[in-house]
Design a protein around this ligand. Structure first.
Ligand code: HEM
Length: 478
C-alpha cells in the first residue's frame, strides 16, 4: 500500500497501518495538535496520512492554505456519522457548516448577506452587545472578588444571549435551567474525546464505545429539541400552517433577525434549497459555531491578561487615555487603540481555539504542490502550527502584542494569523465575533484588574474548539 502511495505521488507522511492508518499515533498523543506539529516539522508544507477509511492532506503554510482554500473543488465537507445523525434529527436538512454543493452555496450566500443586513459590527448590533455586557459587568461587580466565583457562568449567558438575539431575538435569564443545559450541550458537542473521534472515524468501534455513542445521541437529540422549541415559540408549529400565518402578517420588514429572514426566503421561494425543514439545523449550526468560539476566545483573553500583567496594564492605560469615561468602545468607533488591537490579534494567534479548522473535502481528483490528492480526501489547515511555528514567528510561545506594532507605534496586522480560516469557507461570523470580543474585553479592562491566585496553566483543552484550563479569576475593581 505504501508503495502504491509513492507511485501515485501522494504527499509524504507518517507510516499508515492497514485499516487504521496513522490513527494509533493520534490516539496515543491524545489529540492531533502534537502529531500534526511534529509531522509538519518533518515533512514540510504538506503531509498526508490515512485515518481509517479516510485519506487526509494537511497544509502547514499560510500562503498554501490561502491558495488551496480558494479553490471551489476543495469546498466540500467530510460526511461523518455525526453529521448524518444531526441531519436525520432535523428533517433531513443540511444546515451550513457541513453542507456541500448548491445547498451550501445558497445557505452561505444568504448567511453572509443576512449578517451584513443585521448590522454586524455596526451600531444596531453594538447596542445589543452593550446591553448584554452590562449584565456581565454587574455580575463581576457583585461577585468578582468572591473566592469561589466562576466568571464563566455569567459570561456563558452573555455570549449565548448575543448570538440568540441575532438568531431569534430571544434572550434568556442567566438562571434558566433549560437554556443553560442547551448551552452546555452545545459546548460538549465541540469538545471531543478520543472515543467520540474514533466512533466517527471507524464506525465499527461503536461496538466497544456504546457509552460514548449513547451520550452523543442524547446530546444531539436534546440540542435539536431545544432548537425546535425556539422555532415553535417564534413561528408556532413550523409547518405549512405557520408559513401561512407568517405570510399573513405581510410585513416588509424582514431585517429583524436571522430566523425571520430565513422564513421570508422560504416563502419568497428565492433560493431553491430553502425549506421550512431547514430552519432548525440552520439555527443550530449558527448557534454551535457562534457561541463557544467567542466564549473560549474571551476565556483566553482573560487568562492571558492574568499571565501577562504588563500587557494588561498597557491596554488599560491606552483605553483610559483614549476612550471617554463610561463609554464602551466598539470596532466601528475607530478609536486609535493600536496596542489594544495588537493585543486582540495576539489573543487570536495564541489561543488558536480552532487549531485545525474544520476539515474540507476534495470533490474531484486534484494536485497540491505537485502531490496527487484523490477525490474525497480531507484537506486540513494546520492553523495552530501556522500560529506557533518558528518559521513565521520569533518566540511564538511568548504572548507579545508588540509583534504587531511598527516602529511608529502603529498597529500592523498579519496575514499569518488566520483564526477564522481563509478562502471559500472562511468563517461567516467573523465580524460578530470580533465585535463581541473587542467590546467585552475592553468593558472589563476599563473597570477591573484581572488576577489569579495560584498556578497558571496555559495549555489548551482538546477538541474541535479548544478552551483554557479551568481557572478562577479575581476581578478587582479599579
Ligand atoms: C472567535 C470566534 C470564531 C472563530 C475563531 C471561528 C472560526 C471558524 C473557523 C476556523 C471556521 C472553519 C472555516 C473553514 O472551513 O475553512 C469557521 C466556520 C464557520 N463559522 Fe466561525 N468562528 C468564530 C465565530 C463564529 C460566529 C460568532 C459565528 C456565527 C455567528 C460563526 C459561524 C460560522 C459558520 C456558520 C461557519 C461555517 C462556514 C461554512 O462552512 O461555509 N463563527 N469558523
Amino acid at each position: 500500500f505504501e508503495i502504491y502511495r509513492r507511485w501515485r505521488k501522494y504527499a509524504p507522511g507518517p507510516m499508515n497501518y492497514p485499516l487504521i492508518g496513522a490513527l494509533p499515533k493520534i490516539v496515543a498523543a491524545h489529540g492531533i495538535v502534537g502529531p500534526f506539529r511534529a509531522w509538519a516539522d518533518r515533512y514540510g508544507d504538506v503531509f498526508s496520512f490515512r485515518m481509517g477509511p479516510y485519506e487526509a492532506v494537511v497544509l502547514n503554510d499560510p500562503a498554501l492554505i490561502r491558495e488551496v482554500f480558494n479553490k471551489d473543488v476543495v469546498s466540500g465537507r467530510p460526511q461523518l456519522p455525526i453529521i448524518k445523525l444531526r441531519s436525520e434529527l432535523n428533517g433531513n436538512s443540511h444546515g451550513i457548516i457541513m453542507a456541500e454543493g448548491q445547498h451550501w452555496r445558497e445557505h452561505r450566500r444568504f448567511t453572509l448577506q443576512t449578517m451584513r443586513d443585521l448590522g454586524m459590527g455596526r451600531a444596531g448590533m453594538q447596542q445589543k452587545i452593550i446591553e448584554e455586557v452590562g449584565e456581565f459587568i454587574d455580575a463581576l461587580k457583585k461577585d468578582g472578588l468572591r473566592e469561589d466565583f466562576d466568571y464563566k457562568i455569567p459570561l456563558h449567558a452573555t455570549v449565548a444571549n448575543i448570538i440568540s438575539r441575532v438568531l431569534s431575538g430571544a434572550r434568556y435569564d442567566k438562571n434558566d435551567a433549560n437554556f443553560l443545559r442547551f448551552v452546555d450541550n452545545v459546548q460538549d458537542a465541540l469538545r471531543e474525546d478520543n472515543a467520540k473521534f474514533l466512533w466517527n472515524i471507524l464506525p465499527w468501534t461503536r461496538v466497544f464505545l456504546r457509552k460514548t455513542q449513547k451520550s452523543v445521541f442524547r446530546r444531539t437529540k436534546e440540542i435539536a429539541v431545544f432548537i425546535d422549541g425556539v422555532c415553535k415559540q417564534k413561528f408556532g408549529d413550523v409547518t405549512e400552517q405557520a408559513l401561512k400565518l407568517s405570510n399573513a402578517t405581510g410585513r416588509d420588514d424582514v431585517t429583524v433577525d436571522f430566523m425571520e429572514r430565513y422564513v421570508h426566503t422560504v416563502q419568497a421561494k428565492q433560493l431553491s434549497s430553502f425549506t421550512m425543514n431547514g430552519l432548525g439545523l440552520m439555527v443550530e449550526d449558527m448557534f454551535e459555531a457562534g457561541f463557544d468560539t467567542s466564549n473560549c476566545t474571551l476565556h483566553w483573553a482573560f487568562l492571558l491578561m492574568c499571565a501577562y500583567p504588563e500587557v494588561q496594564k498597557t491596554v488599560q492605560l491606552e483605553l483610559d487615555h483614549i476612550v471617554p469615561q463610561n463609554t464602551i468602545p466598539s470596532v466601528s468607533d475607530n478609536y486609535p487603540l493600536p496596542y489594544y488591537e495588537a493585543t486582540l490579534l495576539e489573543v487570536h494567534r495564541f489561543a488558536s481555539i480552532v487549531p485545525t479548522g474544520i476539515g474540507h473535502r476534495v470533490e474531484k481528483d486534484m494536485t497540491i504542490n505537485g502531490y496527487f490528492v484523490p477525490e474525497d480526501t480531507w484537506v486540513i489547515a494546520n492553523l495552530h502550527y501556522v500560529h506557533f511555528s518558528e518559521k513565521y514567528w520569533s518566540h511564538p510561545e511568548v504572548f507579545d502584542p508588540s509583534r504587531f506594532i511598527d516602529g511608529e507605534g502603529k498597529f500592523v496586522t498579519s496575514d499569518k494569523v488566520m483564526p477564522f480560516s481563509v478562502g471559500k469557507r472562511r468563517c461567516v461570523g467573523e465580524a460578530l465575533a470580533k465585535a463581541e470580543v473587542y467590546m467585552i474585553l475592553a468593558a472589563v479592562l476599563q473597570r477591573f484588574t484581572l488576577q489569579i491566585n495560584g498556578r497558571l496553566d496555559l495549555t489548551q483543552t482538546r477538541g474541535l474548539v479548544c478552551d483554557t484550563q479551568h481557572h478562577l479569576i479575581n476581578f478587582i475593581p479599579r
